[in-house]
Design a protein. Structure first.
Length: 221
């Protein structure tokens, strides 16, 4: 099957697979049938399959140029992806009561929010930056839609998660969030420890090394 049909079908499946289970009535019913572990396992597996399908169909869609392949743009991922890796690692290792991804064991201290002073959503911000970078260097219409969708999901997710968390925290929200921000240019306080920077550097090196083998395209200009 050629043309835009497969990409449109995969795009619709991606949207539906994220919109329908997000409805509380549907999610609660599925959890009741599958159990919490079964639900999240099935949902994660389905999401990965649909995501893989969407990526493949985007690559095989008819080429319609939206952003010209400027040579200078190919340097952007090399320069900014270290920041993306650092955000992702720093976001994973801190306790985060405001967003998903935080796996840290130390209780969250509102007076020392760490990376959350820069953003309450470091994982989503890293996803948004990754998507925008790849949109700029993959300027065909299908990839602009694909990576624009990821960036939009990340940005909208920040807003919706903040609203939901503020409602759930109630009167505790001002105290807990007073030194954090959805997005800001403020430096983390305190900065992540050295081992976070080292893991981020290793992750960046691994992405560079594996990119050609996994994706089929060299990340180098």
């Amino acid at each position: 099957m050629t043309g835009w049909g497969p990409f449109i079908a995969a795009l619709a499946a991606f949207m539906l697979s994220h919109m329908i289970p997000a409805r509380p009535a549907v999610r609660d019913r599925l959890i009741g049938v599958l159990g919490r572990t079964g639900y999240f396992t099935a949902y994660s597996g389905l999401s990965l399959l649909v995501l893989g399908w969407l990526v493949v169909t985007a690559a095989n869609a008819p080429y319609v140029e939206v952003i010209p392949p400027y040579a200078a743009l190919r340097w952007l991922p090399l320069l900014v992806m270290p920041v993306v890796c650092w955000l992702a690692v720093a976001g994973l290792v801190i306790r985060n009561p405001f967003s998903f991804g935080g796996l840290g064991r130390k209780p969250f201290d509102p007076s020392r929010p760490g990376i959350l002073r820069l953003t309450r959503h470091p994982i989503l911000l890293s996803l948004m930056l990754w998507a925008v970078l790849h949109l700029l260097v993959n300027g065909s219409l299908s990839h602009v839609i694909l990576f624009g969708l990821f960036a939009g999901f990340a940005g909208l997710g920040m807003v919706l998660i903040d609203r939901r968390t503020a409602r759930s925290m109630g009167a505790d929200w001002p105290r807990m969030s007073c030194n954090t921000a959805r997005l800001s240019l403020r430096a983390p306080r305190p900065w992540p420890p050295l081992w976070v920077w080292l893991i981020a550097a290793v992750a960046y090196a691994a992405l560079l090394h594996l990119h050609t083998a996994v994706i089929g395209l060299s990340p180098l200009p």
